[in-house]
Design a protein around this ligand. Structure first.
Ligand SMILES: Cc1cc2nc3c(=O)[nH]c(=O)nc-3n(C[C@H](O)[C@H](O)[C@H](O)COP(=O)(O)OP(=O)(O)OC[C@H]3O[C@@H](n4cnc5c(N)ncnc54)[C@H](O)[C@@H]3O)c2cc1C
Length: 887
């Protein structure tokens, strides 16, 4: 429908000068606004959509620059709420062009007769909450203002183009265009001298086509982006076949996936793959021309680990060098200031090859910044470029730009959103803001939004919001507002999630770094659309956790709290374990439990390579014991850490904490000797304790043979191993040696009582249960012996022990006895440091490459061990040996 006709039709439906009364006002008629209107109508709400543009489409209405396309396959970037709609529309290409996507939105608007409730060519200028009427008052720039109970901002994450930051733009006498506001009747660039400023997605899509038209194109690049060939054409057969086999299942899988496109979780880590295997995977991804594929399917550590990520950057640099003939231009186009994926990578068609054209010049602004735009062109430190046209492909004030452009938005007590967000956006779930009742944002900051296939994220948000509004209405509530506690908890969860990614290492619009003066914070939720959906559902199933609900004739309801208190990866691990419906370990018998653990450990990622791993035997308290030695790659001799594995004195062996030993060996640059002490029930108390002591003595006496440094050894252990390490320190003090330089106790067992709060709070649901600990104790130690300090070191004499580092985890039954031991040692004059790991569970630190958020804790532990050994705390990690599988 032509714009004029749309405008005429929309003005008929409003009463200019009076206030339009509706249940719900939606701002924006893009992907989100259209679906909202459809759902709101079906749910029986009166609704109006206010849209600045002349027609539907949002992003796809405005972004008409040459080459504008989606970069998520269109098969995935579509509405899925109506299977009939899904069937009626067939995309012509793998990545549809802007005109085709815009036609799609027209088709959707017609199919559901949406335009009759949309007011086009109308901007919402301000929004104010009225506490008395409990309604939002929206001021518009065209026609009636709006009064609504619920105000939903579907204003778009990428809908406010960033203004140019360069002096002299107004002086330029030629033509100026913005990719995000491209003229509807096109631009004739033939024979003109054109500049494109910016090499993000829009620049990369438009540059090859502009180069074909222009007499000369000069590209001004500040930051090189990673781009991979789109290989556009028909939708690829493998994806199409997968989709067609069961469309509903495919869509459902997308909803629970990481990025909103159904791909499996990659399990193999980079160091498990050979050079050839990694290259094969990379070439496959390069040939697939699919961002989600290359961002998720290479190796499991690609997005979280700097080493694993750097491999991809190098491979892409090779590709760039292979295409771009001029080595200086190739180098300038090769991103080297951010990890792959930490900024939005791009899909291109002939982008790099375009720089081989004689009519294209790349100006590297890192070497020659722009000084000014003049009447005739652009002047840099090194040159002056005469121009007829400047195209700004400088991106958007992303995620918050369109929200903050409605100014002011005032909530309760006339507080404005701009003041609340002065230090960066604060939201609960990316959907709501404390102090702003009945305000919702679709794909707002704090939701997966731009890190996902937004079609999937938008549908999830719309469904969640409309379902909540309907439920509220049915229960007699009229307001819904996030609590401060819930919002602060979400900010903490967002920060925790961001530690699992490498976004923090890049200057990117994901953090607001592209807009001068904008408060910087990672805005999108980084743990994926599936986990996010699960959390939103959990909020509902836990009685609207974190929301205050009020209504005129019902009692106020406020179920305050934080929805996620676990670290994000711990939450995933516990969720997976719960889904596996594992048997209770204590029900398997000791041998059954050992078999089970061995089987379970087979599925974990292999530990990282270290210099050398070797097995041997040593003398325990009553015969030979096996040990496994981990030696750093650096030249020795190294200090030695005697390590005791976990497993409740019943399970495990000298190999069962292999990833932890490898990791700590690398981080400390020390030898770790993991001892295979005897187990219960075959060998009950005090066998393990006495073995621990005897093994430490033997290792100290044989330090030189093991390649270790002369002098004190260190001891370390996890769980029951922490118990043995603690006991060993007490026995060494009492029995006249060996000299122990320090003790690292990770979630140690220190006492035989089960009545501390952590046993009550964390006795179920966190893998190590109260029942399991009872069982371990029963197998190892008879009740009469349990106060013996050789099993309850908390009851021993603590003065004169070596310095200690004690790690405890918030969601561990053993938390409080670990803290009690640390405090008691400190009270006895022992030098003690504690790490109370928030959001972690008993196994967090030993599940090395599964619980990535444990890295910070392991660094602290390694630093403590190095201090105990008289070394500077930091160690520069040796470069990872990448061309071989784990040694
Ligand atoms: C070039 C480009 C390519 C993209 N490709 C992809 C892709 O392949 N896959 C993907 O997942 N995402 C992609 N995106 C992101 C894209 O923005 C979303 O996928 C999606 O279109 C957003 O829909 P929306 O309805 O939330 O917002 P938008 O489409 O941005 O619509 C918001 C609308 O709100 C209107 N508006 C804003 N403020 C006001 C106001 N105060 N008053 C009135 N109206 C207002 C705007 O005019 C706009 O029309 C792309 C973005 C761009 C710019």
């Amino acid at each position: 429908m032509p714009d004029a006709a749309v405008a005429a039709r929309s003005s008929e439906t409003t009463n200019s000068g009076t206030t339009q009364q509706v249940d719900v006002a939606v701002v924006g008629a893009g992907f989100a606004g259209l679906y909202l209107l459809h759902r709101l109508r079906k749910a029986g709400f009166s609704a109006v959509v206010i849209e600045d543009a002349g027609d539907v489409g949002g992003t796809w209405y405005w972004n008409r620059y040459p080459g504008a396309r989606c970069d998520i396959q269109t098969m995935d970037y579509s509405y899925t709420f109506d299977p009939e709609l899904d069937r009626e529309w067939t995309w012509s290409e793998k990545y549809a062009t802007q005109p085709e996507i815009l036609r799609y939105f027209g088709f959707v608007a017609d199919r559901y007769d949406l335009r009759r409730d949309i007011r086009f060519n109308t901007r919402v200028k301000a929004a104010n909450w009225d506490d008395t009427s409990e309604r939002w008052q929206l001021t518009t720039d065209n026609g009636a203002d709006v009064s609504c109970r619920y105000y939903i901002m579907a204003t778009g994450c990428l809908s406010t183009p960033k203004p140019p930051e360069i002096d002299g733009v107004k002086d330029f006498k030629g033509e100026i265009y913005f990719t995000g506001r491209w003229p509807h009747d096109g631009v004739n660039l033939a024979g003109k001298r054109v500049a494109v400023i910016g090499t993000g997605s829009s620049g990369i899509q438009s540059i090859p086509l502009i180069a074909e038209q222009a007499a000369h194109l000069t590209v001004f690049q500040r930051t090189a982006s990673f781009a991979l060939p789109a290989h556009n054409g028909p939708a690829p057969d493998d994806r199409k076949t997968y989709f067609e086999a069961d469309r509903a299942a495919y869509r459902e899988q997308a909803r629970w996936s990481l990025a909103g496109v159904p791909y499996p979780q990659e399990m193999a880590v980079s160091w498990q793959l050979s050079d050839a295997e990694r290259r094969e995977r990379f070439e496959k991804a390069w040939a697939a021309g699919d961002l989600v594929h290359i961002l998720t399917q290479l190796w499991a550590d690609q997005a979280a680990d700097v080493d694993g990520n750097a491999l991809i950057g190098k491979l892409i640099h090779e590709k760039i060098r292979a295409v771009v003939k001029d080595p200086d231009t190739a180098a300038a186009l090769s991103p080297n200031d951010h990890p792959f994926g930490s900024k939005r990578p791009c899909l291109d068609t002939n982008y790099y090859a375009t720089y081989n054209r004689p009519n294209v010049t790349l100006v590297n602004l890192r070497q020659e910044p722009i000084k000014a735009i003049t009447a005739s062109g652009i002047v840099t430190d090194k040159r002056s470029v005469d121009l007829d046209v400047i195209v700004f492909a400088t991106g958007f004030d992303a995620m918050t730009g369109a929200i903050m452009a409605v100014h002011p938005i005032t909530g309760r007590a006339s507080k404005s959103l701009s003041s609340v967000w002065a230090q960066g956006p604060q939201t609960y779930l990316g959907l709501t803001v404390a102090g702003f009742p009945n305000l919702f944002m679709i794909t707002g900051p704090g939701s997966p939004s731009v890190l996902s296939n937004m079609a999937v994220s938008i549908e999830q948000h719309v469904d969640w919001v409309v379902d909540r509004l309907a439920a509220l209405r049915d229960a007699g509530f009229t307001t819904m507002e996030a609590t401060e506690t819930a919002q602060a908890g979400w900010a903490q969860h967002m920060a925790d999630c961001s530690m699992l990614t490498l976004h923090r290492l890049a200057n990117t619009w994901y953090t607001g770094a592209n807009v001068p003066g904008k408060a910087q914070a990672l805005m999108p939720y980084t743990s994926g659309v599936g986990p996010y959906r699960g959390i939103c559902n959990e909020v509902v199933s836990r009685g609207m956790l974190g929301f205050r609900l009020t209504g005129p004739n019902v009692a106020e309801q406020c179920n305050d709290g934080e929805v996620v208190r676990l670290q994000p990866d711990v939450r995933l691990v516990l969720g997976m374990l719960a889904e596996m419906n594992l048997p209770q370990i204590e029900s398997l018998g000791s041998q059954g439990a050992r078999d089970f653990l061995a089987e379970f450990n087979k599925g974990r990622p292999a530990g990282r390579p270290v210099g050398e791993v070797g097995d041997g035997v040593l003398h325990g308290a009553d015969g030979l014991l096996p040990y496994r030695l981990y030696r750093p790659a650096t030249p020795g001799p190294h200090p030695i850490v005697v390590y005791f594995h976990g497993g409740g004195w019943v399970l495990g062996d000298e190999q069962s904490d292999d990833p932890f030993c490898r990791d700590m060996c690398r981080r400390t640059d020390m030898i770790f000797v993991s001892v295979g002490y005897r187990h219960a029930p075959e060998h009950r108390f005090p066998a393990a304790a006495e073995d621990g002591y005897a093994a430490t003595r033997w290792i100290a006496e044989h330090a030189a043979e093991l390649g270790g440094k002369a002098g004190p050894v260190l001891v370390a252990g996890w769980s029951a191993g922490g118990n043995i390490a603690a006991v060993t320190c007490q026995l060494a003090r009492e029995r006249g040696g060996p000299e122990i330089g320090g003790q690292l106790l990770v979630c140690p067992v220190t006492d035989s009582t089960f009545d501390r709060a952590s046993y009550v709070d964390n006795g179920t649901n966190y893998f190590v249960t109260r029942g399991l600990m009872f069982w371990f104790w029963d197998l190892y130690c008879s009740p009469a012996d349990r106060t013996d300090p050789r099993v309850s070191p908390l009851r021993g004499k603590l003065a004169g022990l070596p310095p200690a580092f004690v790690t405890t985890c918030e969601f561990d039954p053993l938390r409080d006895e670990g803290i009690a031991y640390a405090e008691a040692m400190a009270a006895s004059g022992v030098a003690v440091e504690q790490l109370k790991a928030r959001g972690h569970f008993h196994s967090s630190f030993t599940m090395v490459d599964v619980v990535i958020t444990g890295v910070g804790g392991r660094i602290k532990m390694a630093e403590a061990l190095r201090r105990f050994a008289g070394l500077p705390p930091e160690v520069k990690l040796p470069p990872q040996k990448l061309d071989a599988a784990a040694s």
